[in-house]
Write a protein that binds this ligand. Structure first.
Ligand SMILES: Cc1cc2nc3c(=O)[nH]c(=O)nc-3n(C[C@H](O)[C@H](O)[C@H](O)COP(=O)(O)O)c2cc1C
Length: 187
C-alpha cells in the first residue's frame, strides 16, 4: 500500500468484529515494531500479547478499575498488546538526562506506530490506550513494580459499519488535524 494511503487509512478503531486475530499477523506487527530505530539502539521495548478471552477480560477489568472507568473498549477487543518499556541503555539514559528528555518514551512511540501501521496494512484496526490503571494491570500480569507500561494497544478486525460513521463525521470537519501552515515553517 502507498505510504500516504496507509497513514490516512489508520484511525483509532473503537469497535471490533468478534473474529480472532491470527497469531502470524500479530507477530508481523511486533516484528515491524522490532525494526524501529531507538536512541543508542537500546530497543527499550517488549510486548505482552493478551488474546486468551479469560485473561483479556481480567486485564481489561484491571485496566479500567479505580478512576479509569471507561467504555468497554478493551474488553471488546479480540487482542490487547501490552507495551512494556525499560528505561533504555546506560548511554540513552545519560544522553536523555543531559538533553532533559526521555529518549525511551520517544523510542516506544516510534515502535508502537510501526506496529499500528503494520496492523493497518494487514487490515486490522488498533487504538492506543494511555488512560488505564497501570498498577492494576501490572499486578494482573504478574509483573514487578519496576516495570513501566506506557500504553496498551487494542487490536482486532474493524467493525466497518462503525468506521463509515467515523469517517463521515471526520470529513464533515475536515481531517480534524491542525493545518500544515500552523505546524511548519521554513527558516
Ligand atoms: C499516546 C496516546 C494515548 C491515547 N490514549 C487513548 C485512550 O486512553 N483512550 C482512547 O480511546 N484513545 C486514546 N488515544 C487515541 C487518540 O484519542 C486518537 O489517536 C486521536 O484522537 C486522533 O484520532 P485518530 O487516531 O482516529 O486519528 C491515544 C492516542 C495516543 C497516541
Amino acid at each position: 500500500m502507498d505510504f500516504s494511503e496507509l497513514v490516512k487509512k489508520r484511525y483509532s478503531c473503537r469497535r471490533y468484529l468478534p473474529d480472532i486475530v491470527e497469531k502470524e499477523k500479530i507477530e508481523k506487527c511486533i516484528d515491524s515494531a522490532r525494526l524501529s530505530p531507538s536512541a543508542c539502539n537500546s530497543q527499550p521495548w517488549s510486548f505482552i500479547v493478551v488474546d486468551d478471552p479469560e485473561k483479556l477480560a481480567s486485564v481489561s477489568d484491571a485496566a479500567v478499575s479505580g478512576i479509569y472507568g471507561a467504555p468497554k473498549l478493551m474488553a471488546k477487543s479480540p487482542a490487547l498488546i501490552v507495551v512494556i518499556a525499560d528505561k533504555g541503555s546506560f548511554m540513552s539514559k545519560v544522553g536523555g538526562m543531559v538533553r532533559e528528555t526521555s529518549f525511551f518514551l520517544i523510542d516506544i512511540g516510534i515502535a508502537c506506530e510501526h506496529l499500528v501501521l503494520q496492523a493497518t496494512e494487514l487490515g486490522l484496526g488498533t487504538c492506543y490506550i494511555g488512560w488505564f490503571n497501570e498498577k492494576a494491570v501490572r499486578k494482573e500480569l504478574g509483573l514487578k513494580r519496576s516495570v513501566t507500561i506506557p500504553l496498551i494497544i487494542t487490536m482486532g478486525y474493524p467493525d466497518e459499519s462503525h468506521r463509515s460513521k467515523d469517517i463521515t463525521r471526520r470529513l464533515a470537519k475536515g481531517d480534524n488535524r491542525k493545518p500544515i501552515n500552523e505546524i511548519m515553517k521554513y527558516q
